[in-house]
Design a protein around this ligand. Structure first.
Ligand SMILES: Nc1ncnc2c1ncn2[C@@H]1O[C@H](COP(=O)(O)OP(=O)(O)O)[C@@H](O)[C@H]1O
Ligand SMILES: [Mg+2]
Length: 295
């Protein structure tokens, strides 16, 4: 990682580079392999700061709570925020005699891989060009000992740049969850993401509208960012609205202090129920025999 940072700074390859490992079968442009991961779900948005990482984190926490095995791949290489949300600081270990990393585990047993866990400090900046970012994302998927996962949740950086493109093209993504806020701008930008996913032949599973409203102590709902735009996005994406999450000071507090796994709210429950209604089914779901759900 240090060498790659030097490369980004100087444009010169370090002289003592280790020998390049043989390309995996399928060649370097093929879809990355990870035998134990049943379903890969990408969380995407057009705009930053709309709660994409929060949604990715909540999906993982909620699915784990319902007994499934879940991992989180933080594909936001230059602005990683998953480790802080889960309070994970431990560096990944190396699986003995391999070039594979062992991802640190969250409190409730969610393996997490993020650039933040590799950097010497959380404040360190990653100034990388697109191809390096893409390479890191591929390695986070295929060179990490993820084990058996029903769902891998991939948190993307905002927009439709190299990183989302890499994830959609190089990882075996089963479906995309789109996140937006009620602001018209956010809705407009996320429709670009809709187009990207559709152009790549991806499947949009559903839409989450975050920061939809604030509940006042007397129970009234204030729509801080204006009336819901969720319906527009549902029409544009032809996918269902999975949840309208309120602005909740507890979310901000827990996400900042590494306590996201303690969050409880009816809207959160609803998000998971609705997600499971549209998500590709994990064959290992208790009571559901494998291949019972033919599409
Ligand atoms: N519904 C919400 N209520 C309160 N704070 C929120 C909510 N959604 C997101 N936040 C906070 O807003 C900030 C941005 O959210 P984040 O998930 O990092 O956005 P993104 O990944 O889309 O850039 C974070 O500090 C997060 O804790
Ligand atoms: Mg984020």
């Amino acid at each position: 990682m240090r060498q790659l940072n030097d490369l980004a700074g100087t444009g010169k390859l370090p002289s003592d580079l280790p020998e390049r490992p043989p390309a995996p079968s399928g060649g370097p442009k093929g879809i990355a392999q990870q035998a134990g991961v049943k379903h890969v779900i990408a969380v995407m948005s057009g705009k930053g700061g709309v709660g994409k990482s929060l949604t990715a984190g909540l999906l993982a926490v909620g699915l784990r709570r319902r007994g499934m095995s879940v991992g989180v791949l933080d594909a936001d290489i230059t602005g990683p925020s998953i480790p802080r949300m889960f309070g994970v600081r431990e560096k990944p270990g190396v699986v003995p005699n391999t070039q594979t990393l062992r991802p640190p585990m969250s409190k409730t047993g969610i393996p997490i891989m993020s650039m933040n866990l590799i950097l010497p400090s959380e404040e360190e900046a990653v100034i990388w060009r697109g191809p390096m970012v893409s390479g890191a994302i591929r390695q986070f998927f295929s060179d990490v000992a993820w084990g058996d996962l029903d769902y891998m949740i991939v948190d993307l950086p905002p927009g439709t740049s190299d990183a989302p493109l890499t994830v959609m093209q190089a990882l075996p993504v089963d479906g995309v969850v789109l996140v937006t806020t009620p602001q018209a701008l956010a809705t407009m930008v996320v429709t670009k993401a809709v187009r990207l996913v559709k152009q790549l032949g991806g499947d949009i599973l559903g839409v989450v509208e975050n920061m939809s409203y604030v509940s006042a102590p007397d129970g009234t709902r204030m729509e801080v960012f204006g009336p819901s735009q969720g319906l527009k996005l549902v029409i544009a994406s032809n996918a269902p609205l999975l949840a309208k999450l309120p602005i909740d000071p507890r979310i901000a507090e827990l996400a900042d202090s590494g306590g996201i796994e303690d969050y409880e709210a009816p809207e959160f429950d609803e998000l998971i129920t609705n997600f499971l209604a549209v998500a590709p089914r994990a064959a290992a779901t208790p009571g559901v025999p494998a291949h019972a759900h033919s599409h």
